[in-house]
Design a protein around this ligand. Structure first.
Ligand code: ADP
Ligand code: MG
Ligand code: MG
Length: 883
């Protein structure tokens, strides 16, 4: 096996297609070299070496050290520089890089190779002692933190003290001698903490850093990130070792990050930030607030600090040219890292940039119009799950705004919540069911948990590419960053803004689309599909094969789903219709009646209410298919619980409260999920199913007359395991249908079918299909019954399962393809064998999950049905699955 791939000076052993082996960073560094771009030479140790490392008790493959030596010779051949050399000194960065980018999750060490001796070489070579010592102290800090495990705050404290003593504000004010003093204190501190001096041998440093990058694959931050983004542990990370270039060599040097288009809006204009006389992560870490790259962006932002375009016009011009080239080459928006060393531009990274959903849509539509990509590719470019962001509310433009500060519009959408100042508090409050805004000076990877728990994130420091901004955009959470006029005091737990003071628990609103921070809660507007969104949806609709329906029972949901493009209702859960006001009383009366007669008289009260529900739904759906599920949950869910409720029902029924209590107890079940529910109810109490069927058919006649569009209801019998169960219920339904047709003198086309939600039903689907005219896969229950777990109780141990690597994903979120999926596939095949053309759909939560939708396409289902807000996601995912 070859463990090391070199790159540099117009050539490389790897290329962009080698992401699995070289990681995204390594593969793209190689590709940029092949394109002849200025990239400091280096080499990549493969992800296979990382996997070998973990498979062998954190040891290295034997051949690795020789390959690394040769690769260092390769750098020496191109630069004339060597690690530890007394004249032509080589310093390197050691950078992690997995297949998928994991921003800020992994650790990087810069300036490796510096020690008490080589720092003098660097000073002499560069003619700049301040620069040399600045680089050395950065190295000690990073190496000690990443490789030796020393908390970086101990260094911050030393530096803050030294600056305070000298009356300095900025790091750049420190002279060579000041840095020398800081370095002395740093080294003493490391020795105090570890009992060993800071390592001086460059080889020891190098291998320490390689081991640390491999080890960082398993650090808590990385593990959390992988879990949140479904990145398999088995991918491993590559290590990139690359000759250093220096953005901290004085005022003709700089470092920056940029996007070839605006990652927030999608606007076609180079967008980025830089810092003069700075290195590496200074921009991202938000240590100083960075400057705009282009004049246009500077003017837009109203900044009085000069742009790169202005102060380094030549480096800027070559950067513009290179970014154009990279965007055309990769045919996608690129996220770039660069450094300018004494006026010379170096490229350090390119990758397809993360973007907001809004920007993704605009870029896809623009790039299709520019001819850069096809419409199909444009549809493929949008992450369906990300559309969720656009389906979030925005602040009503007519609402009064009490603006207390304005920061950067780091991630769009608006959010209201109570202030918390720590990630810990964010999680705790969220667990109590509160909505919170996480307010921090800046965020770090340790805050991922809190950011997840929060509705939105507000920081007082850092730019559009700060940690908070990048991570929030990735999560689709509103974020305002760098709101510099705010003062956060963690100790006293206060946020000061223009004279007013906010405390933990006070409500604020942030608008991530314009950077505003507002006092209190503000009215929000619901999202609409228009512009780029509508265009992409239209293209998606032209591509997809499956229909997309919605799960809805209220008129409001049904209307919303229609406006999002739903093509019918795949699941109308009738039980939800019985909880309102007088209905629940009639329902309880029905359940608690001892006799069929008693039940029928209560059902008579429910019939007109139920009928009017259906008329409204049918009208909204105007001829589109509507699947109505007969009553499903165990009856005890409707029972009165408090004494008051019991007395109310007792009065209506004219029986004693005690008698009712007895009946209530009699209905108690130990495992209601596996109890008296679904079609079992219809078999015990056929009059319930008959009432529902009558309501459906009468409503179909009425709505058909009103809209002029015939309604074809699909009556769905839940929890069938035996064909005879379905036969029994279907006979009642058919009898009611015949009666209603006779009474109304109209013919009603309807289908009777069942949910497939028991393994037995899946296995016997060929027999059940003799009666069933359609199947709808109820994958929530099918997952419960296939695994033998209850959704309500599984959360605790499923989390443990995930942590221990037993399952990758929550099977209630993404369909378990191997098990539950296999049952779906089997039932679909068996159903079709008996009844070719049997209508097949899915109505579990999975109907809105893109990975599950892909599976539904493969199995050849006719439609997926999901909650209204997920309809656009499903439309897009169905299109992507069809390609
Ligand atoms: P991340 O994946 O967190 O962005 P990187 O490996 O890209 O980590 O490096 C962190 C920072 O250090 C980036 O700003 C990068 O541009 C900079 N950097 C990495 N290698 C070099 C190098 N050889 N010379 C100068 N700067 C570097
Ligand atoms: Mg990093
Ligand atoms: Mg980077």
């Amino acid at each position: 096996t070859k463990w090391v791939y070199t790159f540099g000076d117009g050539a490389a052993e790897g290329q962009a297609g080698d992401k699995n082996l070289l990681g995204g960073k390594g593969a793209n560094l190689a590709e940029m070299c092949r394109l002849g771009l200025p990239v400091p030479p280096g080499f990549t140790i493969t992800t296979e070496a990382c996997n070998w490392f973990y498979a062998n008790g954190r040891a290295y493959p034997e051949a690795l050290s020789a390959e690394v030596s040769l690769a260092l010779d390769h750098i020496a051949g191109l630069t004339g520089r060597k690690l530890g050399d007394p004249v032509r000194l080589l310093l390197v960065s050691v950078r992690s890089g997995a297949r998928a980018s994991m921003p800020g999750m992994m650790d990087t060490v810069l300036n490796l190779g510096l020690n008490d001796r080589t720092v003098e070489v660097l000073a002499a070579d560069s003619g700049d002692a301040r620069f040399a010592y600045d680089s050395y102290r950065r190295f000690i800090q990073m190496f000690s933190n990443v490789v030796l495990g020393v908390d970086h705050e101990v260094f911050e404290e030393i530096l803050e003290d030294e600056k305070a003593q000298r009356g300095f504000e900025l790091d750049t004010e420190l002279s060579a001698d000041d840095w020398r003093a800081v370095i002395g204190l740093y080294k003493a501190k490391v020795e105090e903490e570890l009992g060993n001096p800071f390592p001086q041998d460059p080889q020891e440093q190098l291998w320490g850093a390689i081991g640390a990058v491999f080890s960082s694959w398993m650090n808590a931050r990385a593990v959390t990130y992988r879990r949140l983004h479904d990145i398999p542990e088995g991918w491993g990370t590559a290590v990139n070792i690359q000759a250093m270039v220096f953005g901290n060599m004085g005022d003709t040097s700089a470092t920056g990050v940029a996007f070839t288009r605006n990652p927030s809006t999608g606007q076609r204009a180079l967008y980025g930030e830089f810092l003069v006389n700075a290195q590496g992560e200074d921009v991202v870490a938000g240590i100083r607030t960075p400057q705009n790259i282009t004049e246009a962006a500077r003017i837009d932002a109203g900044s009085d600090r000069p742009s790169l375009e202005k102060i380094m016009p030549e480096a800027f011009a070559s950067f513009v040219e290179i970014s154009d080239r990279l965007e055309k080459h990769y045919r996608d928006m690129q996220d770039l890292e660069f450094t300018i060393e004494r006026g010379k531009l170096w490229m350090l990274q390119t990758r397809s940039g993360k973007r907001t959903a809004k920007a993704a849509l605009k870029m896809a539509v623009d790039m299709a119009a520019e001819g850069l990509i096809s419409r199909e590719e444009a549809v493929g470019r949008i992450d369906p799950a990300s559309l969720d962001q656009l389906l979030h509310p925005t602040i009503d433009p007519k609402a009064p705004r009490d603006i207390v500060a304005v920061g950067l519009p780091a991630s769009p959408g608006a959010a209201t919540g109570e202030i918390v100042f720590s990630s810990h508090d964010a999680e705790e409050m969220k667990a109590l069911g509160k909505k919170v805004i996480l307010v921090r000076i800046e965020t770090s990877p340790e805050d991922i948990h809190g950011m997840h728990a929060a509705e939105g994130i507000l920081t007082t420091r850092g730019g559009m590419t700060s940690h908070a901004a990048v991570v929030a955009r990735g999560m689709g959470k509103p974020c305002v960053s760098g709101a510099g006029s705010l003062r956060v005091d963690y100790r006293s737990g206060t946020l000061m803004a223009m004279g007013s003071t906010f405390r933990k628990g006070d409500v604020i609103t942030i608008d991530g689309s314009n950077g505003q921070v507002l006092k209190g809660a503000v009215p929000m507007l619901q999202p609409e599909l228009s512009g780029d969104f509508a265009a992409v949806m239209e293209w998606a609709d032209a591509i997809r094969r499956m229909n997309v329906r919605t799960n809805a029972e209220t008129p409001a949901d049904a209307r919303m789903a229609r406006s999002f493009g739903a093509e019918g209702i795949g699941l109308c859960r009738t039980e939800h219709m019985f909880f309102d006001g007088e209905r629940i009383v009639a329902m309880r009366e029905m359940i608690l009646a001892d006799t069929e007669q008693g039940r029928r008289s209560a059902l008579d009260k429910l019939l007109p209410m139920q009928r009017s529900d259906f008329v409204e739904l049918f009208e909204i759906m105007a001829g589109l298919p509507v699947t109505i599920r007969l009553l499903d949950p165990p009856l005890h869910e409707f029972l009165p619980k408090s004494d008051e409720e019991i007395e109310e029902v007792a009065a209506v029924m004219a029986v004693s409260a005690d008698k009712l209590r007895q009946r209530t107890e009699a209905l108690h079940e130990f495992n209601p999920m596996l109890g008296h529910r679904g079609c079992r109810l219809a078999i015990s109490y056929p009059e319930i199913a008959e009432m529902q069927a009558r309501a459906i058919f009468e409503a179909a006649v009425e709505a058909g007359r009103r809209t002029g569009k015939p309604v074809v209801p699909e009556v769905m019998v839940p929890l069938v395991g035996l064909k005879k169960e379905l036969d029994f219920v279907k006979a009642r339904i058919d009898a009611v249908a015949a009666a209603v047709m006779k009474e109304s003198g109209e013919t009603i086309d309807y289908l009777t079918g069942t949910m497939i939600e028991l393994p037995r039903a899946a296995v016997r689907a060929h027999v059940i299909a003799e009666t069933a005219e359609f199947f709808s896969f109820g994958t929530n229950d099918l997952t419960q019954t296939a695994f033998g777990i209850s959704r309500d109780d599984a959360a605790s141990f499923l989390e443990t399962y995930r942590q221990k690597g037993i399952v990758d994903q929550d099977p209630f979120v993404s369909l378990d393809l191997d098990g539950v999926g296999e049952l779906v596939k089997l039932a679909a095949e068996k159903g079709r064998a008996t009844r070719p053309g049997i209508k097949l759909g899915i109505c579990g939560e999975h109907g809105g999950d893109p990975a599950s939708i892909r599976f539904c396409e493969q199995v050849g289902l006719d439609y997926v049905s999901c909650s209204p807000y997920r309809v656009p996601i499903a439309r897009l995912a169905a299109a992507q699955a069809a390609v």
